[in-house]
Design a protein around this ligand. Structure first.
Ligand code: SAH
Length: 215
Protein backbone atom coordinates (compact mmCIF):
# COMPACT_ATOMS: atom_id res chain seq x y z
CA UNK A 1 0.00 0.00 0.00
CA UNK A 2 1.41 3.43 -0.94
CA UNK A 3 1.35 6.40 1.48
CA UNK A 4 -1.40 8.03 -0.61
CA UNK A 5 -3.52 4.87 -0.54
CA UNK A 6 -3.05 4.63 3.22
CA UNK A 7 -4.02 8.29 3.70
CA UNK A 8 -7.18 7.74 1.60
CA UNK A 9 -8.03 4.60 3.53
CA UNK A 10 -7.67 6.42 6.86
CA UNK A 11 -9.86 9.27 5.61
CA UNK A 12 -12.60 6.83 4.62
CA UNK A 13 -12.14 4.97 7.92
CA UNK A 14 -12.67 8.15 9.98
CA UNK A 15 -15.63 9.14 7.79
CA UNK A 16 -17.22 5.73 8.45
CA UNK A 17 -16.75 6.19 12.22
CA UNK A 18 -18.40 9.63 12.09
CA UNK A 19 -21.32 8.22 10.11
CA UNK A 20 -21.81 5.59 12.84
CA UNK A 21 -22.21 8.37 15.41
CA UNK A 22 -18.69 8.79 16.80
CA UNK A 23 -18.23 12.49 17.61
CA UNK A 24 -15.52 12.80 20.29
CA UNK A 25 -12.51 14.54 18.70
CA UNK A 26 -10.00 12.84 21.04
CA UNK A 27 -11.35 9.39 20.22
CA UNK A 28 -11.34 10.13 16.48
CA UNK A 29 -7.76 11.37 16.68
CA UNK A 30 -6.65 8.22 18.52
CA UNK A 31 -8.39 6.08 15.88
CA UNK A 32 -6.62 8.06 13.17
CA UNK A 33 -3.20 7.65 14.79
CA UNK A 34 -3.24 3.94 15.67
CA UNK A 35 -2.76 1.76 12.59
CA UNK A 36 -5.20 -1.19 12.92
CA UNK A 37 -3.17 -3.16 10.35
CA UNK A 38 -0.42 -3.63 12.98
CA UNK A 39 -2.89 -5.77 15.00
CA UNK A 40 -3.82 -8.08 12.11
CA UNK A 41 -2.00 -10.87 10.32
CA UNK A 42 -1.66 -11.94 6.67
CA UNK A 43 -4.59 -11.32 4.34
CA UNK A 44 -6.65 -9.71 7.08
CA UNK A 45 -4.23 -6.77 7.46
CA UNK A 46 -5.33 -5.60 4.00
CA UNK A 47 -8.86 -5.24 5.37
CA UNK A 48 -7.78 -3.27 8.45
CA UNK A 49 -9.68 -0.11 7.46
CA UNK A 50 -13.02 -1.83 6.88
CA UNK A 51 -15.54 -1.25 9.64
CA UNK A 52 -15.86 -4.94 10.38
CA UNK A 53 -14.68 -7.43 13.02
CA UNK A 54 -11.94 -9.77 11.74
CA UNK A 55 -10.41 -13.06 12.94
CA UNK A 56 -7.20 -13.04 15.00
CA UNK A 57 -5.23 -15.97 16.53
CA UNK A 58 -6.68 -18.40 19.12
CA UNK A 59 -10.14 -18.33 17.48
CA UNK A 60 -10.81 -14.79 18.75
CA UNK A 61 -11.78 -11.59 16.94
CA UNK A 62 -10.63 -7.99 16.72
CA UNK A 63 -13.69 -5.84 17.31
CA UNK A 64 -15.39 -3.65 14.72
CA UNK A 65 -13.70 -0.21 14.72
CA UNK A 66 -16.96 1.73 15.18
CA UNK A 67 -17.75 -0.44 18.24
CA UNK A 68 -14.23 0.20 19.62
CA UNK A 69 -14.76 3.95 19.10
CA UNK A 70 -18.25 4.04 20.64
CA UNK A 71 -17.15 1.98 23.67
CA UNK A 72 -14.13 4.25 24.15
CA UNK A 73 -16.36 7.32 23.90
CA UNK A 74 -18.76 5.86 26.48
CA UNK A 75 -15.86 5.29 28.87
CA UNK A 76 -15.12 9.08 29.07
CA UNK A 77 -11.36 8.56 29.47
CA UNK A 78 -9.02 11.43 30.36
CA UNK A 79 -5.25 11.69 30.70
CA UNK A 80 -5.54 11.35 34.50
CA UNK A 81 -7.11 7.90 34.33
CA UNK A 82 -5.79 4.45 35.13
CA UNK A 83 -7.78 2.03 32.97
CA UNK A 84 -8.26 -1.74 33.08
CA UNK A 85 -9.26 -3.61 29.92
CA UNK A 86 -10.41 -7.22 30.21
CA UNK A 87 -9.87 -9.16 26.95
CA UNK A 88 -6.74 -7.84 25.20
CA UNK A 89 -7.36 -9.91 22.04
CA UNK A 90 -5.28 -8.24 19.33
CA UNK A 91 -4.40 -5.28 21.57
CA UNK A 92 -6.10 -2.75 19.28
CA UNK A 93 -8.61 -1.46 21.84
CA UNK A 94 -5.86 -1.14 24.49
CA UNK A 95 -3.75 0.88 22.02
CA UNK A 96 -6.64 3.30 21.44
CA UNK A 97 -7.15 3.64 25.21
CA UNK A 98 -3.42 4.27 25.72
CA UNK A 99 -3.63 7.47 23.65
CA UNK A 100 -6.31 8.84 25.98
CA UNK A 101 -5.41 7.49 29.44
CA UNK A 102 -2.46 7.88 31.79
CA UNK A 103 -1.92 4.13 32.12
CA UNK A 104 -3.64 1.04 30.68
CA UNK A 105 -3.62 -2.45 32.16
CA UNK A 106 -4.97 -5.10 29.83
CA UNK A 107 -5.42 -8.80 30.63
CA UNK A 108 -5.98 -11.80 28.37
CA UNK A 109 -6.50 -15.56 29.02
CA UNK A 110 -4.70 -16.70 25.81
CA UNK A 111 -0.91 -16.41 26.28
CA UNK A 112 -0.08 -16.22 22.51
CA UNK A 113 -2.37 -13.18 22.22
CA UNK A 114 -0.54 -11.52 25.13
CA UNK A 115 2.77 -12.07 23.29
CA UNK A 116 1.54 -10.66 19.96
CA UNK A 117 -0.21 -7.68 21.60
CA UNK A 118 3.00 -6.83 23.51
CA UNK A 119 4.96 -6.95 20.23
CA UNK A 120 2.45 -4.59 18.59
CA UNK A 121 2.63 -2.12 21.53
CA UNK A 122 6.40 -2.15 21.24
CA UNK A 123 6.32 -1.63 17.46
CA UNK A 124 4.10 1.44 17.99
CA UNK A 125 6.16 2.71 20.97
CA UNK A 126 3.17 2.62 23.30
CA UNK A 127 4.94 2.56 26.65
CA UNK A 128 2.01 3.17 29.03
CA UNK A 129 0.37 -0.25 28.52
CA UNK A 130 0.94 -3.27 30.77
CA UNK A 131 -0.35 -6.48 29.16
CA UNK A 132 -0.69 -9.53 31.41
CA UNK A 133 -1.79 -13.15 31.02
CA UNK A 134 -4.55 -13.64 33.57
CA UNK A 135 -8.22 -14.38 34.08
CA UNK A 136 -9.82 -10.96 33.91
CA UNK A 137 -13.06 -12.01 35.58
CA UNK A 138 -11.18 -11.44 38.83
CA UNK A 139 -9.87 -8.08 37.65
CA UNK A 140 -6.38 -7.05 38.72
CA UNK A 141 -6.60 -6.59 42.51
CA UNK A 142 -2.93 -5.56 42.89
CA UNK A 143 -3.51 -2.48 40.69
CA UNK A 144 -7.03 -1.59 41.89
CA UNK A 145 -8.88 0.71 42.14
CA UNK A 146 -9.33 1.74 38.49
CA UNK A 147 -10.87 4.97 37.22
CA UNK A 148 -12.25 3.15 34.20
CA UNK A 149 -12.84 -0.51 33.35
CA UNK A 150 -13.65 -1.79 29.85
CA UNK A 151 -14.69 -5.40 29.34
CA UNK A 152 -14.47 -6.58 25.72
CA UNK A 153 -16.03 -10.03 26.24
CA UNK A 154 -19.65 -10.67 27.20
CA UNK A 155 -20.54 -11.57 30.80
CA UNK A 156 -23.94 -12.78 31.99
CA UNK A 157 -23.74 -10.09 34.68
CA UNK A 158 -21.14 -7.41 35.38
CA UNK A 159 -18.54 -9.46 37.35
CA UNK A 160 -18.53 -8.63 41.11
CA UNK A 161 -14.73 -8.36 41.46
CA UNK A 162 -14.66 -5.79 38.62
CA UNK A 163 -17.40 -3.72 40.25
CA UNK A 164 -15.41 -3.80 43.50
CA UNK A 165 -12.22 -2.65 41.73
CA UNK A 166 -13.93 0.42 40.23
CA UNK A 167 -13.07 3.68 42.01
CA UNK A 168 -15.97 5.72 43.42
CA UNK A 169 -16.93 8.09 40.60
CA UNK A 170 -15.54 5.55 38.11
CA UNK A 171 -17.15 4.14 34.97
CA UNK A 172 -17.22 0.58 33.65
CA UNK A 173 -18.46 -0.40 30.18
CA UNK A 174 -19.34 -4.07 29.74
CA UNK A 175 -21.34 -6.16 27.25
CA UNK A 176 -23.92 -8.14 29.22
CA UNK A 177 -25.95 -11.14 28.05
CA UNK A 178 -25.68 -14.73 26.91
CA UNK A 179 -23.05 -15.51 24.29
CA UNK A 180 -24.40 -16.34 20.81
CA UNK A 181 -27.21 -13.88 21.47
CA UNK A 182 -27.41 -10.17 21.03
CA UNK A 183 -25.99 -8.62 24.18
CA UNK A 184 -26.46 -5.16 25.66
CA UNK A 185 -23.63 -2.74 26.20
CA UNK A 186 -24.01 -1.48 29.77
CA UNK A 187 -22.43 1.62 31.31
CA UNK A 188 -21.99 1.32 35.07
CA UNK A 189 -21.19 4.35 37.25
CA UNK A 190 -20.06 3.87 40.81
CA UNK A 191 -21.26 6.50 43.30
CA UNK A 192 -20.75 6.86 47.06
CA UNK A 193 -23.92 4.89 47.61
CA UNK A 194 -23.89 2.22 44.90
CA UNK A 195 -23.99 1.55 41.16
CA UNK A 196 -26.08 3.16 38.40
CA UNK A 197 -26.68 1.18 35.22
CA UNK A 198 -27.40 2.59 31.77
CA UNK A 199 -28.13 0.47 28.69
CA UNK A 200 -26.31 1.86 25.64
CA UNK A 201 -26.81 -0.34 22.55
CA UNK A 202 -26.99 -3.92 21.33
CA UNK A 203 -23.57 -5.53 20.66
CA UNK A 204 -22.13 -8.96 19.98
CA UNK A 205 -18.95 -10.16 21.71
CA UNK A 206 -17.25 -13.50 22.39
CA UNK A 207 -18.01 -14.78 25.91
CA UNK A 208 -16.01 -13.94 29.03
CA UNK A 209 -14.66 -17.37 30.00
CA UNK A 210 -13.26 -18.53 33.32
CA UNK A 211 -9.67 -19.57 33.84
CA UNK A 212 -6.60 -19.42 31.58
CA UNK A 213 -6.89 -20.98 28.11
CA UNK A 214 -5.05 -24.27 27.55
CA UNK A 215 -2.93 -23.72 24.42
N1 SAH B 1 -10.32 -6.00 22.78
C1 SAH B 1 -9.91 -6.93 21.74
C2 SAH B 1 -11.03 -7.82 21.24
C3 SAH B 1 -11.53 -8.68 22.31
S1 SAH B 1 -12.09 -10.28 21.86
C4 SAH B 1 -9.26 -6.23 20.57
O1 SAH B 1 -9.19 -4.99 20.57
O2 SAH B 1 -8.77 -6.93 19.68
C5 SAH B 1 -12.33 -10.84 23.53
C6 SAH B 1 -11.08 -11.34 24.19
O3 SAH B 1 -11.41 -11.61 25.55
C7 SAH B 1 -10.58 -12.66 23.61
O4 SAH B 1 -9.26 -12.53 23.20
C8 SAH B 1 -10.74 -13.64 24.77
O5 SAH B 1 -9.71 -14.62 24.82
C9 SAH B 1 -10.66 -12.72 25.97
N2 SAH B 1 -11.23 -13.25 27.21
C10 SAH B 1 -12.37 -13.96 27.39
N3 SAH B 1 -12.55 -14.26 28.68
C11 SAH B 1 -11.50 -13.72 29.37
C12 SAH B 1 -11.10 -13.70 30.74
N4 SAH B 1 -11.82 -14.28 31.69
N5 SAH B 1 -9.96 -13.07 31.06
C13 SAH B 1 -9.18 -12.48 30.10
N6 SAH B 1 -9.51 -12.46 28.80
C14 SAH B 1 -10.65 -13.08 28.42
Amino acid sequence: MTETERAENIMRFIYALRSKGVTDAHVLRAMEQIDRAVFLRGVFSERAYEDTPLPIACGQTISQPSVVALMTEALEVTSRHKVLEVGTGSGYQAAILSRLARRVYTVERHRPLVASARAAFEALNLSNITCLASDGSFGLPEQAPFDRILVTAAAEDPPGPLLQQLRIGGIMVVPVGQSDHVQSLIKVRRSETGFDYEELRPVRFVPLLEGMARE
